[in-house]
Ligand binder design. Structure first.
Ligand code: ATP
Ligand code: MG
Length: 318
């Protein structure tokens, strides 16, 4: 790509998963991990695996949890030179246990970990000045260090003719403070591609109703919207009023974490590689579905070859 790599800015974590279903961590129990994780890291891993030029901005600690992440992303073909190594703080982590009803208990260490301690630097500036696309997670706006990098990066990437994708990733009930809400709205309006999931669509639009939300988002300037609906599939909406529904692939769900991020990373990468929305939707749906069949947030992210094999061998929901 003449315009340069896709860049993702945000938290890098390890995830450690309880192997039994139940409530929380009050008793000693079997765990599995560490797995490389963090929504932005999952997204960029899928970009790299699909053969898109990709780079990550964030931070890890000087520890094995950090190396799990940087080694993994390097193997995926992601440029990790702008992942800084914090000498004082450990790599971010999340312990996760699924409850019977599918909801989850978490023990997080993110806000006081290396994950939240990075900022603008010479190296980050050099990367952004040669990048062609920026991907932002709405949730990153609550992290002051990420916010500073994102603010600057959006302006630079847009000014040089690059594009922006946004996964709003903000729960419908979540009230942001006035300043963060304003930043969020500005980011949404600047998105060339918006990747909401379920009710995040209405949250991002600030209005009720799917059709009304889509109309409003195009009105404020969004160029392309892909709505994720889990096992119900996904829908592409174009500015011209065109719509493509993509049924989900039929899979055995082992670990739902990361589906949306793999889906988004695959969709964006396919579009940047010149594919049509239809073709990108097929790869994205395959990437999301394949990822839920494997334990670990990004362990099921596929290469183009793996996704082609998956598509050829997997049924779709009617
Ligand atoms: P998360 O935030 O948990 O990573 P998300 O809510 O952003 O996920 P989802 O809608 O859960 O995103 O998943 C994205 C896409 O992945 C779906 O639109 C679908 O194509 C595929 N997918 C997810 N879960 C399944 C599943 N159980 N079976 C088949 N496909 C799935
Ligand atoms: Mg999501």
């Amino acid at each position: 790509d003449p315009l340069g790599p896709t860049v993702c800015v945000g938290e890098i974590l390890v995830e450690i998963v309880a192997t039994t279903v139940g409530d929380g961590f009050l008793k000693a129990q079997p765990l599995v991990g560490p797995f490389a994780s963090g929504a932005p890291a999952i997204f960029i891993s899928q970009c790299g695996r699909l053969g898109g030029k990709a780079a990550m901005v964030g931070a890890v600690g000087d520890d094995d949890f950090g190396r799990v992440n940087t080694d993994r992303l390097k193997r995926d073909g992601v440029d990790v030179s702008t992942i800084s190594i914090d000498p004082d703080y450990p790599t971010g982590s999340a312990f996760v246990r699924y409850r019977k009803d599918g909801s989850r208990d978490f023990v997080y260490n993110i806000a006081t970990s290396a994950a939240a301690r990075f900022g603008w630097s010479q190296a980050v500036g050099d990367l952004i000045n040669r990048s062609g696309h920026l991907h932002v997670m709405g949730s990153a706006l609550s992290v002051p260090s990420a916010r500073e990098v994102i603010d600057k990066a959006v302006d630079i990437v847009k000014a040089r003719g690059g594009t922006l994708s946004v996964d709003p990733n903000i729960r419908k009930e979540l009230k942001l403070d006035e300043d963060t809400e304003r930043r969020f709205s500005k980011l949404v309006a600047a998105a060339d591609l918006l990747l909401p999931s379920g009710e995040e669509l209405e949250r991002a639009a600030g209005v009720e109703g799917e059709a009304e939300a889509i109309r409003r988002l195009f009105e404020v300037g969004v160029k392309e919207i892909v709505l994720k609906r889990g096992a119900e599939g996904a829908t592409y909406f174009g500015r011209g009023g065109d719509r493509i529904d993509a049924p989900a692939f039929v899979v055995q769900e082992v670990d739902p974490t990361g589906a949306g991020d793999c889906f988004g990373g695959a969709y964006l990468t396919c579009r940047r590689l010149g594919m049509s929305p239809q073709q990108a939707l097929t790869y994205a749906s395959a990437a999301g579905a394949r990822n839920v069949t494997v334990l670990g947030p990004m362990e099921g992210a596929g290469t183009q070859q793996e996704l082609d094999a998956f598509i050829a061998s997997t049924e779709r929901h009617p």
